[in-house]
Design a protein around this ligand. Sequence first.
Ligand code: HEC
Ligand code: HEC
Length: 158
Amino acid sequence: MRHPTSFLTSPLALGLFMLCAVPAQADEGRRTPPNPQYQQECGSCHVAFPARLLDEGAWRKTMGSLDKHFGTDASLDAATREAITKYLVANSARRERPTPQGQPTQRITETAWFKREHSEVGSAVWQRASIKMPSNCAACHTQAEQGSFGEHQIRIPK
Ligand code: HEC
Ligand code: HEC
């Protein structure tokens, strides 16, 4: 029989502990709790970007201008918009994620954090036909659809 305390040291317990202990910290290797509604409404044109990678102000701005969403119309009905906004804000980055110029941004890919984390990716790589643009996370992060961006799940396509 397993010792009753063995659960506490199991990977599952550790994972649950991390989810509970660091809900809104914007850090690598961690996951934002998934939300089926968010996946469905915001994961059709691109991956459902992890809420933890932008701050509250950025998410509110994006959710308040969905009819003019990066050159496209991503409008939602009011109830859906409110529910998703609530989820994003609740799981957003605690710290601000300004651009290198110090301006707030709606783009994860324009934050200083993103640029630092991806400094080893050359500009020619971003433009490969298999990648197209930095916001195409799933081109390199093989588990991006599942909200997982760990360094062991990266494969840069040719
Ligand atoms: C109709 C397609 C479509 C839908 C639906 C959509 N988006 Fe987008 N989204 C885009 C396009 C196009 C871009 C710009 C891609 C580029 O140029 O990098 C974008 C970019 C973004 C970016 C910036 C990515 C970056 O870091 O560069 C965020 C954040 C974002 N979308 C959030 C959302 C959220 C939240 C929702 C759901 C409410 C949503 N999107 C739904 C098409 C869509
Ligand atoms: C051209 C391929 C490519 C694209 C596209 C890309 N990344 Fe990355 N990403 C990388 C590489 C390479 C690293 C650095 C891994 C390392 O330092 O070991 C990285 C690192 C990261 C990390 C830190 C992982 C860790 O555990 O250290 C996160 C989080 C991340 N990327 C998120 C994103 C998000 C979100 C997007 C889309 C908005 C994105 N990436 C687009 C290649 C890419």
